[in-house]
Design a protein around this ligand. Structure first.
Ligand code: EPS
Length: 362
């Protein structure tokens, strides 16, 4: 299977299946000298992990990262950083029935047609388990971006099914299992999710992300646009069906006089562009919004066919997320951080001698 790698100067390759012995990644191109230890990965992997609230999959993985290479005496050496996470809690018997059929809305059918063989256990390579390694790689990018450029990437849930935030506070985001920015609504979200879980159904979600501190100049016209590569990276996350940069699709109904972000020496007057013009960062916050579809592994019976082409009814048992978007915030942050770090390195490689040019808007 090809296309398990992305990035140009910072490349990330992930490998592994949900019920195989381990999952892992190789991060190549990280500059030397970055302090890195196994403990650095704990916080973000914990934020993404299953089994941390009743509203996500109850599979219990320890998600302990082993650093296999690329770090000597606590610092990156510039050689490939290989990370490994062992799978400790697969329950493959849940997938006995699915091996003979295709879950409606799942990649079961397309993998079968592409490869003529598939590992049905836990969804194999198509499982959201793979996102563990994106988050692990993202930890390296977040750390490098923060230390070298003061860039901070953070996200939050911006919609859960029909529910949208009634208020906004970054402080609230890390204090509830939904990454929801308004604490007062959390009991309502819990009730909503409890009802959904009892009904055996699933629901979609939206995650918003912002990268602050990105300097002007990152991104490459024409085919390496920063927004284009962010969109591709975000669309590559399991279950993502839509990505907007800045105002995104709302721009369709806007006037030019409304959409443009006017320039003043003390700052742009607005940020409809999402911090990117011509595929290059403006120095404003880079903003994106990501739509996650409802999980396809649900208890509501659905029509499908089996390997013999006979009509069957599919019910997916097991430990599935009723809303995969709930724990997607760290994954979205990781993908944004990895794209930004790649572009920071690419900008340094080609334009490092240009330096800062005037006028520079605050
Ligand atoms: C997943 C199905 C569940 C989730 C898994 C993603 O796996 P299993 O059926 O083996 O319990 O637990 O998520 C993770 C293990 C993880 O770490 O994110 C799926 O079908 O995508």
């Amino acid at each position: 299977m090809s296309s398990n790698s992305f990035g140009k100067l910072l490349t990330v390759t992930t490998f592994g299946e949900s019920h195989g012995p381990a999952i892992g990644c190789v991060i190549d191109g990280c500059p030397p000298g970055l302090a890195l230890a196994a403990e650095d990965f704990r916080h973000d992997l914990e934020r993404r992990a299953t089994g941390r609230s009743r509203h996500t999959s109850q599979r219990r993985e320890s998600d302990e990262v082993e650093i296999l290479s690329g770090v000597y005496e606590g610092r990156t050496t510039g050689t490939p950083i290989a990370l490994l996470v062992r799978n400790t809690d697969p329950r493959s018997k849940d997938y006995g029935d699915i091996a003979q059929t295709f879950r409606p809305g799942h990649a079961d059918y397309t993998y079968w047609h592409k490869y003529g063989i598939r590992d049905p256990r836990g969804g194999g390579r198509s499982s959201a388990r793979e996102t563990t390694m994106r988050v692990a790689a993202g930890v390296v990018a977040k750390k490098w971006l923060a230390e070298r450029h003061g860039v901070r990437v953070r996200g939050h849930l911006a919609q859960l099914g029909e529910l949208t935030p009634d208020g906004f506070d970054w402080e609230a985001v890390e204090q509830n299992p939904f990454f929801w920015p308004h604490a007062a609504q959390v009991p309502a979200l819990e009730q909503y999710m409890d009802g959904l879980r009892k009904s055996g159904d699933s629901v979609g979600a939206r995650v918003d992300v912002v990268a602050e501190g990105v300097p002007p100049g990152w991104g490459e016209p024409v085919y390496g646009k920063l927004d284009g590569e962010l969109a591709a990276a975000l669309m590559s996350i399991n279950a993502v069906k839509g990505v907007e940069i800045g105002d995104g699709f709302a721009a369709v109904a806007q006037r030019g006089s409304q959409h443009r972000d006017e320039l003043q020496m003390d700052g742009f007057t607005s940020n409809h562009a999402g911090g990117i013009l011509g595929g290059i960062s403006t120095g404003q916050p880079v903003t994106a919004s990501v739509a996650f579809k409802p999980t396809s592994s649900i208890l509501i019976p659905g029509r499908s066919v089996n390997l013999a082409g006979e009509a069957v009814e599919v019910v997916t048992k097991g430990r599935h997320d009723p809303c995969v978007g709930i724990r997607a915030t760290p994954i979205v942050e990781a993908m944004v951080a990895l794209v930004l770090m790649d572009h920071a390195l690419r900008h340094r490689a080609q334009c490092g001698d240009v330096g800062e040019v005037a006028p520079r808007i605050a």
